[in-house]
Ligand binder design. Structure first.
Ligand SMILES: [Zn+2]
Length: 215
């Protein structure tokens, strides 16, 4: 049987220049056009200048997002971005201070466990972020890459330190993918994932394509 491919990536719609999370496409004639060539109606030869806020759509955040000497996009290891992934169904997990450790552990058990080297994707419900203990536990299980279908994992009202939850991941060298989609189209709790951003030096985050393959 041929493998089933599920795209976990949001489609990006170009925005106006003043959008907060902008992705502006300015299309124009290609450089170095040779004059005099025939161009029938309906054809053109264009390139685009693109101006974007880099945390737009489905995007990956690297340790460099919060750590000045953390790995940037160009330094991510490919083996961290490809491999077996476990999907944690946290849609029913509601909690005041973020999804709890017990809720994470229950979802992991229901999915067959989190194994060393796993990619972990959280399918979030009403509670769209984590209590820190659940993330610490996932790191301790040997997770190599994390993703969520919410806008992030961060505590919403923590005033003690900026980015506590991001740092649990980034200090362990674990990148974070935000705004995944289509996790509900997966038919199994373990899939093969390919999450491939372009390598850019000195950049903390960028949109990427995330693909799940069900064998
Ligand atoms: Zn982000």
């Amino acid at each position: 049987m041929s493998p089933r491919i599920v795209d976990l990536t949001l489609v990006i719609e170009p925005t106006a220049p003043d959008a907060e999370r902008k992705f502006v496409v300015n299309i124009h004639d290609a450089l170095h056009e040779i004059p005099g060539k025939v161009r029938p109606p309906g054809e053109w030869y264009v390139m685009s200048d693109v101006e974007l806020m880099n945390h737009v759509g489905t995007h990956i955040e690297t340790p460099f997002h919060c750590l000045k000497d953390g790995a940037d996009l160009a330094a991510l290891r490919l083996d961290q971005l490809i491999g077996p992934a476990v999907i944690l169904d946290l849609r029913q997990a509601e909690a005041e201070g973020g999804v709890t450790l017990a809720q994470v552990q229950a979802a992991a058990a229901a999915a067959g466990g989190v194994r060393p080297g796993d990619i972990v994707f959280g399918q979030m419900g009403k509670t769209r972020y984590f209590a820190t203990a659940g993330l610490v536990w996932l790191v301790e299980q040997g997770m190599k890459l994390m993703g969520v279908d919410s806008g992030g994992v961060e505590l919403s009202h923590d005033t003690t330190h900026a980015n506590v939850n991001h740092l649990v991941l980034f200090r362990a060298g674990i990148p974070l993918i935000e705004n995944l989609t289509n996790l509900d189209r997966l038919t199994r709790s373990r899939v093969q994932v390919y999450a491939l951003p372009i390598p850019v030096k000195g950049l903390d985050a960028f949109p990427l394509r995330v693909i799940a393959v069900e064998e």
